[in-house]
Design a protein around this ligand. Structure first.
Ligand SMILES: Nc1ncnc2c1ncn2[C@@H]1O[C@H](COP(=O)(O)OP(=O)(O)O)[C@@H](O)[C@H]1O
Ligand SMILES: [Mg+2]
Length: 368
């Protein structure tokens, strides 16, 4: 599944960047503003249909251009390649192609090209709102449970409709009760998937974190969004009058959260920035490891690795990523890459980015 070829056109300052990445380690170095993050952004776009830097597509389409285009060849296990492409136009239109055929939705790309991003913004996984952690869980549940996405979509739709009814007022508890059956059925299904996923993730997370640092004791607690002693049906039933009063649905899977705690409190309040970065990296690597264990390799994007981590932890993180046997793209401003030490057998390609132009500096370092 690694990217064997990547063509990026009109993403930010990248007018046309074409290259053949290593199936293992790719290091992109260059000055600030040269376009390193934009390469990762383009790969992320191809997987998610959206950027990690902005929700507004107009910001990443190159100025004075009508559309951006990202095209890639993905290696399959049988040695053949799959061609995938995504075009985003200034007017918002999105066109996804797989083997030249128009795909129904970007979800088809996400399945083919799972991507994990580790960047300075990843802190938001700890300090941001619960919705960011729900997204994190849902990404995993989506890849693990084929029924998840349809249940999730149906549940979201039912929830939106219910909230619209509540906002307008004039709805009785008995009318609402009839409406709630679907919401409860799908909401329970979403919740079960999430729960099962967090149960799988937790031991992996502990394992990965202990490899990154043996000094940290951190636990994960899944909050399902309502009293753990109650079924969703009981919670919705008990909350109906209050929902009518409030004008929205105040309890249910839409309130779920993944709480990250140390022995003395929330990880956010008790850990240093550097330690938080390790916890977030461990969460993301554990998530990747679970997919790899299912025979679903993925791509790791690591932006600005040196930021916030000391040299020893940078090395550990690199070793861990390398041991996953996945394709990795790492960006760094530092031309000095002594922190990045790789096994002799690893195919490492180093690229230099200069004003939107990418060139290969060295290939298969160890072999040549
Ligand atoms: N829509 C756009 N069109 C053209 N250039 C852009 C656009 N958005 C940002 N840029 C420029 O593209 C570059 C993006 O750099 P970036 O990928 O963040 O670099 P790095 O990660 O190497 O610091 C910046 O120089 C920025 O000014
Ligand atoms: Mg950058």
């Amino acid at each position: 599944m690694p990217l064997v070829r990547l063509d990026i056109s009109h993403v930010r300052n990248l007018s046309s960047v074409r290259f053949e990445p290593s199936p293992q380690v790719n290091l992109i170095v260059g000055k600030n503003g040269s376009g390193k993050t934009s390469v990762l952004e383009a790969i992320h776009l191809l997987s998610f249909g959206r950027s990690f830097r902005s929700h507004k597509h107009k910001t990443y389409i190159q100025h004075d251009n009508e559309a951006c285009l990202i095209f890639a060849q993905l290696a399959q296990a049988d040695g053949r390649t799959t061609r995938v492409g995504l075009q985003r136009q200034r007017d918002g239109q999105i066109d996804v192609r797989i083997q030249g055929q128009r795909a129904q939705s970007v979800i088809e790309l996400a399945e083919r090209l799972p991507v994990q991003l580790i960047n300075p913004d990843a802190f938001r996984l700890l300090e941001g709102s619960p919705s960011i952690r729900r997204q994190f869980i849902d990404w995993g549940a989506f890849h693990f449970d084929h029924e998840f996405i349809s249940a999730w979509r149906g549940w979201q739709k039912a929830l939106k409709q219910r909230n619209t009814l509540l906002r307008r007022g004039k709805i009785s508890a008995s009318l609402l009760s009839a409406f709630d059956q679907e919401l409860i059925r799908l909401g329970e299904q979403v919740n079960l998937s999430r729960k099962a996923y967090v149960e799988k993730l937790t031991p992996q997370f502990h394992r990965v974190l202990s490899l990154l640092t043996d000094a940290l004791k951190v636990d994960l607690h899944f909050f399902q969004g309502w009293d753990a002693q109650k079924t969703l049906s009981m919670a919705v039933e008990a909350g109906r009058e209050r929902d009518i009063e409030l004008g929205y649905t105040h309890t249910g899977p839409q309130r779920a959260d993944l709480r990250v705690k140390t022995a003395t409190g929330d990880a956010l309040d008790t850990l240093s920035r550097g330690q938080q970065k390790l916890v977030v990296s461990a969460l993301k690597i554990a998530q990747g490891q679970l997919l790899i264990d299912m025979g679903r390799p993925l791509v790791f994007l690591v932006d600005d690795l040196p930021a916030e981590l000391d040299s020893q932890h940078r090395q550990k993180l690199c070793q861990l990523l390398e041991s996953l046997n996945s394709q990795i793209f790492i960006t760094s401003v530092e031309p000095d890459t002594t922190d990045f030490t790789w096994a002799d057998s690893t195919d490492v390609r180093q690229f230099v980015m200069q004003q939107g132009e990418l060139s290969l500096l060295s290939k298969g370092l160890q072999e040549s």
